[in-house]
Ligand binder design. Structure first.
Ligand SMILES: [Zn+2]
Ligand SMILES: [Zn+2]
Length: 265
């Protein structure tokens, strides 16, 4: 289905349209062999609260951005290579429904569709793209994925010591290994997680111990253990929150569009 769209005029036009909506804030997206498979609005769980994002599924990448003007202007473009992606369905709860995890080695997060049908469509199309890619390249799916961050609001107190209450001054921190919300003293260590950064990242004490033990066991050498270092007051940016202007949020619900299913070219 999707293969029929390669080199089709409609596909070229649609990709050019996505590119122009991101304007200079985005990367060039038209590369040979790339197909725009589908697009639509999903709710992405961010650190503070869920936020509306426009998603574009291509046959090799997943792109999303903030909506400045619906269907006209997007910014804060993120590009995720599908080869690294693994999806995991989430159970509905009282607050959040029709969700799944998008997990990659460097970043993992939850998204929510408006209905169960849309969730099914999105997941099926994304998984199909991933399968096709891996089959073509002969590569294996990435086994290790970054932790999904627990949203701030779900942790009134530190998830590690269960004592420290968060306030304006006593800030929340996220362990980059397990995603837990922890206080400063419970996350005073840094550890090198090469998939996420070339610099050592904040981890909770529990993960620090586990990671250090694993390294000592594996290598039984002294120098590698130094990959864990003590925290300093480095101006580490602890937030993945993106400031936004909410001008063009869609007011009525737009259905996601998937191309190629019934389309004659
Ligand atoms: Zn604590
Ligand atoms: Zn941890």
């Amino acid at each position: 289905m999707v293969d029929k769209l390669v080199n089709s005029e409609a596909n070229t036009r649609r990709i050019a349209m996505v590119e122009s909506c991101f304007g200079s804030s985005g990367q060039p997206l038209g590369v040979p062999g790339r197909v725009l498979v589908g697009e639509g609005v999903l709710t992405k769980m961010c650190r503070k609260k869920p936020k509306t994002r426009q998603f574009f599924l291509f046959n090799d990448i997943l792109v999303y951005g903030n909506i400045i003007i619906n269907k006209k202007k997007y910014n804060k473009q993120h590009i995720i290579p599908l080869e690294e992606v693994k999806l995991e369905s989430l159970e509905d709860d009282n607050q959040y429904k029709n969700g799944w995890l998008i997990k990659t080695a460097s970043k993992s997060f939850a998204v929510y569709a408006a209905t169960a049908v849309e969730k099914g469509e999105w997941m099926a199309h994304i998984n199909k793209c991933i399968d096709d890619l891996l089959r073509k390249s002969g590569k294996k799916a990435v086994a290790e994925h970054a932790a999904v961050w627990v949203p701030d609001g779900e942790a009134p107190v530190c998830m590690h010591c269960k004592k420290s209450q968060f306030t304006l001054l006593n800030r929340r921190h996220h362990c980059r290994k397990c995603g837990a919300v922890v206080c400063g003293p419970c996350s005073s260590k840094r550890f090198l997680l090469p998939n996420q950064s070339s610099k050592p990242l904040r981890v909770c004490i529990h993960c620090y111990e586990t990671l250090t033990q694993a390294i000592n066991k594996n290598h039984n050498s002294h120098d590698v253990a130094h990959r864990g270092v003590n925290a300093d007051s480095s101006g580490e940016e602890d937030s993945d929150d993106e400031e936004e202007i909410n001008k063009g949020q869609p007011e009525s619900h737009d259905l996601p569009k998937f191309y190629g299913d019934n389309e004659k070219q």
